[in-house]
Write a protein that binds this ligand. Structure first.
Ligand SMILES: [Ca+2]
Ligand SMILES: [Ca+2]
Ligand SMILES: [Ca+2]
Ligand SMILES: [Ca+2]
Length: 305
């Protein structure tokens, strides 16, 4: 029997326990990564409100507010607010949102996502791209503000603790220090930086079932900080198409093969898996198999019941 799946790991709770001074808001579960390219445009973030909770964040995404005014909520803003806070940035009530922050001496918000490798194969390298958007200039005379990108494959990591590795090529520095202090349109070319996917190769592969965190650390510059956000994020670890559907370590005709054939006939759910799971199966749910096949094997199977 497999040990309890890591998908039950709630990283925000761990962060609260580990670092009492931090206040972490989080999607309840790390997002399962089944292979292929996944993206996030944050356009489902709220367009209003000042006490939005982590429940309104996309799957896997979270934030952790350090500082004396850190809490579990975030605001929608067009960049007009200079307050230290986590933000859903956008113009008015436009649904093109970005996920960002303003740093202050009382709130320093770290943004990030937690994935679980659910591909059935080790992840040996992955590519991360996104667009950095500046939604506010705090002070044109201040230092250049920044979000620092890091990742962690530390099994005990949280958004605010654990061993993280810098990837400087994905650091986002304020592109506009020439405007007057106040809101900026982060969708304008002068206020944004597009980071084409950067290939990252960890020192050791990330095994199936393990977590991978990506985070953007705030920088507290002297004086009023800028409104900095991320948008149009992408992640792609490729990963091989793995026909060991039950993940017992080998591809067998009478188990994996039978299940694949049933799926190709249009069956779903237990109609696929009944009496076809191999000895030592660690993946027994058709839904999990279908997510991987569709993400990494160019199939279009019905996920089904
Ligand atoms: Ca907050
Ligand atoms: Ca967006
Ligand atoms: Ca800052
Ligand atoms: Ca197998």
């Amino acid at each position: 029997m497999k040990e309890p799946p890591l998908q039950l790991f709630t990283w925000g709770l761990t962060a609260i326990l580990a670092v009492a001074a931090m206040t972490s808001a989080h999607a309840q579960l790390c997002r399962q990564y089944y292979g292929g390219r996944i993206t996030e445009n944050f356009n489902a973030l709220p367009v209003s409100g000042t006490t939005n909770t982590a429940a309104t964040l996309p799957s896997g995404w979270g934030f952790s507010e350090a500082g004396s005014s850190g809490n579990l909520t975030y605001s929608a803003s067009d960049g007009a607010s200079s307050s230290g806070q986590t933000y859903s940035f956008g113009t008015g009530t436009s649904t093109d949102r970005a996920f960002g922050e303003v740093t202050s001496t009382t709130v320093q918000s770290t943004l990030g996502i937690c994935l679980v490798n659910a591909t059935g194969s080790p992840i040996v390298r992955f590519a991360v791209g996104y667009t950095g958007e500046q939604w506010r200039l705090g002070d044109p005379a201040a230092a250049v503000d920044k979000l620092e990108f890091q990742y962690s494959k530390d099994p005990g990591a949280t958004l605010s603790s654990g061993i993280y590795i810098n990837v400087d090529a994905l650091d986002f520095s304020s592109p506009n220090k020439a405007a007057v202090a106040g809101p900026l349109n982060g969708n304008s070319a002068t206020n944004r930086t597009v980071f084409p996917p950067v290939l990252i190769e960890p020192s050791a592969p990330i095994p199936h079932g393990q977590i991978l965190f990506m985070r953007w650390l705030p920088v507290l510059i002297a004086g009023n900080n800028d409104g900095l956000a991320i948008d149009d994020w992408s992640f792609d670890a490729g990963t091989p198409c793995n026909l060991d559907l039950d993940l017992n370590g080998h591809i067998d005709p009478l188990t994996d093969g039978v299940m694949l054939m049933r799926a190709m006939l249009g069956l779903t759910g237990t109609a696929v898996t009944n009496n076809a799971l191999g000895d030592g199966a660690t993946r027994t749910d058709w839904t999990e198999m279908a997510f991987h096949l569709n993400a990494a094997c160019s199939t279009n199977f019905s996920i089904g019941p």
